[in-house]
Design a protein around this ligand. Structure first.
Ligand SMILES: [Zn+2]
Length: 161
């Protein structure tokens, strides 16, 4: 094969991969837009999250959290490994929201001027999610995470107290 043929082949492969990525991305965007439209009509972050975590993106983020946290619970630092048949322990953990969903919901209801899409980032962005044991998740409950981005929720708690 001449080098120009090789180059052509390489470019073609890259092109195919790029197109596949593009298609996957478009699919994801469509899926997200649908979910977001639904969220806007019912203003329900919990439902939005439950749907999202089942999407490819949701699963990928959960898997990434598991790796980032070295398979340890964010609260008790205990191992999140369970006895999954396929060796995956991810299903034995829950996602804790540093911006608790119920509180976020209250905030959205109290601030109709705030765009839901601005709050939606706290529901599905890795930065604001942590993996924990189900029992640890219950203990954390409505605790707001210690991130400067979440100060608006700390303030909100003071307001509604
Ligand atoms: Zn734990």
């Amino acid at each position: 094969m001449s080098s120009s043929e090789e180059l052509y082949k390489k470019l073609h492969q890259q092109n195919v991969r790029h197109r596949q990525d593009q298609n996957a991305w478009n699919e994801l965007l469509k899926e997200k837009e649908g979910l977001l439209a639904e969220t806007r009509s019912i203003t329900n972050f919990r439902q939005y999250y439950t749907r999202w975590i089942k999407t490819e993106e949701g699963k990928a983020v959960k898997a990434k959290l598991f790796t980032t946290q070295n398979g340890q619970c964010f609260k008790c630092r205990g191992t999140l490994l369970g006895k999954g048949e396929d060796g995956s322990a991810i299903e034995h953990s829950e996602v804790h929201h540093l911006a608790p969903l119920a509180l976020l919901q209250k905030y959205a209801d109290a601030h109709p001027e705030v765009e839901l899409s601005e709050l939606q980032v706290f529901v599905t962005t890795e930065l604001y999610l942590r993996l924990v044991h189900p029992k640890c998740n219950k203990q954390l409950g409505e605790m707001v995470g210690n991130l400067p981005d979440l100060n608006f929720l700390h303030d909100f708690i003071q307001e509604i107290r």
